[in-house]
Design a protein around this ligand. Structure first.
Ligand SMILES: [Ca+2]
Length: 362
């Protein structure tokens, strides 16, 4: 028995050292940390109030001079579609960015149906309850008449190779846009996706199920369509989120600057740190957006990534490898983030979140 255990330990060490060798050899070289490039983006979000990772990613996108948010599209995920839409409209009022248009997206995944498990785990994508009132009341700002999918398709088709999509919720809207227009996928400049968990890389367990990450698990079929579409994809999976260390120290620094967002953040995060000063808040959508403007803060590896759409124990699991394997013949090679420079990441994150708010009219 002891011998078997020793062998098992030895093989784990061996595979870890092979893995780290492979990662080193494929790591993106450090360059271009300062760039004047401005990214025209569509932000696709399962927004939620009080502010969580979607809101913090959104405020970075709105504040950064390197990002021009053309529109925000909503999708069911953390909340129902209606709740996400109401919450993001209210958020834009709070941060005085009513100039940013909001487009209503998909209220259900392509195939995934609600189950007892979906109801008992976190996330209310399946809910058809009327939305609850966000902080400060229901928004006066209304969403646009055009649907999220039509907005995505029209914007991208009119400006091929110019638009970046930052998708920080389930990928239902993007998958529908790919299916709606034959030239959509080849016209998107790039998509950054918060989603997935890659078991062949360190820290690759799931969070919605043992192996599946929440956004991918909510709409596995959509995730598969997007990853297989040929759009240049950068994936920001749980592996890289687990390298973040959102401690009370960073929280104090963020909320020491008084802005409408930091005051909302106190309501969300304050009680968590009061309960447990050792609490670590992992960052998800924040990594996706920060990595767009500061790509050299993250390490990426090129892998073929596919999504399990079989309705078994691994439904919604993303699987990545450096070559194609049986069953994954349609998979494309994409960039997968697996580590980040936390010290510089958190400094730049605080800088972006605490910038004075600017409106397009200022
Ligand atoms: Ca999200």
């Amino acid at each position: 028995m002891k011998k078997i255990l020793m062998l098992a330990i030895a093989s784990v060490f061996l595979s870890l050292s092979i893995l780290s060798f492979n990662l080193e050899s494929r790591t993106t070289p450090t360059m271009n940390i300062v760039s004047d490039k401005v990214y025209d983006i569509i932000l696709d979000t399962d927004f939620s109030m009080p502010p969580q990772d979607d809101a913090l990613a959104t405020i970075v996108a709105l504040n950064s001079p390197k990002i021009n948010v053309l529109g925000i599209t909503t999708v069911a995920g953390n909340n129902s579609l209606e709740q996400a839409t109401v919450d993001v409209l209210r958020f834009l009022e709070i941060v005085k960015r009513e100039d940013v248009p909001v487009f209503v997206g998909s209220n259900m995944p392509l195939v995934h149906e609600v189950s007892d498990f979906a109801k008992s785990t976190w996330g209310k994508w399946w809910s058809d309850d009327p939305p609850t009132m966000p902080i400060g009341g229901f928004p006066k700002k209304k969403p646009e008449k055009q649907s999220a999918v039509d907005f995505m398709v029209n914007t991208v088709i009119n400006r091929p190779q110019e638009i970046t999509i930052v998708a920080i919720g389930p990928l239902t809207n993007v998958a529908k846009a790919i299916r709606q227009h034959p030239n959509f996928a080849k016209s998107v400049k790039e998509i950054i996706v918060m989603g997935g968990a890659i078991a062949t890389l360190p820290d690759g367990a799931g969070n919605a199920t043992p192996n599946a990450e929440f956004n991918f698990w909510v709409d596995p079929e959509a995730a598969r369509v997007v990853l297989r579409s040929g759009i240049p994809v950068t994936l920001s999976p749980l592996n890289v989120s687990r390298k973040t260390k959102g401690s009370e120290t960073w929280y104090e620094k963020v909320v020491s600057v008084d802005t409408p967002v930091t005051s909302l953040l106190k309501q969300t995060m304050g009680p968590e740190f009061e309960k447990d000063p050792e609490f670590i808040d992992l960052m998800y959508d924040q990594v996706a957006i920060i990595s767009l403007i500061y790509p050299d803060l993250v390490k990426t590896v090129d892998l073929y990534v596919d999504v399990d759409i079989n309705h078994g124990i691994n439904y919604g699991t993303s699987v990545g490898w450096d070559k194609v394997w049986p069953g994954a013949e349609g998979a494309k090679k994409i960039k997968v983030q697996y580590d980040l420079d936390w010290e510089n990441f958190i400094k730049l994150f605080i800088k972006e979140v605490s910038r004075p708010h600017i409106t397009k009219n200022d």
